[in-house]
Design a protein around this ligand. Structure first.
Ligand SMILES: [Ca+2]
Length: 233
């Protein structure tokens, strides 16, 4: 299973997500939390039924795919009409069943948050779904051995195919920064999306300065800081 929300039907997905969350609870003192998770699962199922599931089209706003709308309602745990970073994090799992990391969720919310409110509406969410799907497809392409994660050699190939000319040392640096410590470190989908988004953003910033396309720029200290700060999503 990659991103849970993408791999199966909406109904199955929500159940698996909730089971996954409950399974994360420490058995030592987790009775209450498990009960809450069970309640949450039931609550979401009820809401799902109320809206007629994926096939229900009555409530989807114009321009929003009914499936994306049904998904939106399932992920919008508090029914506020918006998806928060926390709600997004609770809905996304990597292939190793770890939750998406906070930074990636925040980065994605900020990217699709048109009102700068720290949350996204159904239109932003619909766009975010397509965005994640595209990255997931790429991730699966680059994960050549189907291990569910991107190794050093796979990352090098991924960068090359994405048009980046980066040294092995740079890939090693990213693995050291983003992969869990291991003799053979590799990157899950959440970190892969994070790396690619930041790389894209900082590369654009660099190219704005590198007008002659020399691969080198001269920057003042404050220009450098401005470049970094404005690109930190
Ligand atoms: Ca792999």
């Amino acid at each position: 299973m990659m991103v849970v929300m993408m791999m199966m039907s909406m109904m199955e997905m929500m159940v698996v997500v909730m089971v996954g969350r409950a399974g994360d609870v420490d058995n030592g003192g987790g009775g209450r939390q498990e009960a809450e998770a069970g309640h949450c699962q039931w609550r979401r199922r009820r809401r799902w039924r109320n809206h007629g599931g994926v096939s229900g089209t009555g409530c989807a706003p114009p321009g929003v795919d009914p499936e994306a709308f049904a998904w939106f309602q399932a992920v919008d745990a508090d029914g506020s009409g918006h998806i928060s970073v926390r709600e997004l994090k609770q809905a996304l799992l990597n292939s190793n069943w770890t939750a998406f990391d906070d930074d990636t969720c925040l980065l994605m919310i900020n990217t699709f948050d048109r009102t700068r409110s720290g949350r996204i509406d159904v239109y932003g969410f619909s766009a975010l779904l397509r965005f994640i799907q595209q990255w997931r497809n790429l991730f699966q392409q680059f994960d050549r051995d189907r291990s569910g994660s991107i190794s050093f050699s796979e990352l090098q190939q991924a960068f090359s195919q994405l048009g980046y000319n980066l040294s092995p040392q740079f890939s090693q640096l990213l693995l050291a920064r983003y992969a869990p410590r291991s003799p053979d470190p590799s990157i899950q989908l959440d970190r892969f999306i994070h790396i690619c988004m930041q790389l894209q953003s900082t590369t654009e910033a660099f190219r704005e300065k590198d007008t002659a396309l020399l691969g080198n720029v001269r920057l003042s200290y404050e220009d450098f800081l401005t470049m970094v700060v404005t690109r930190m999503l």
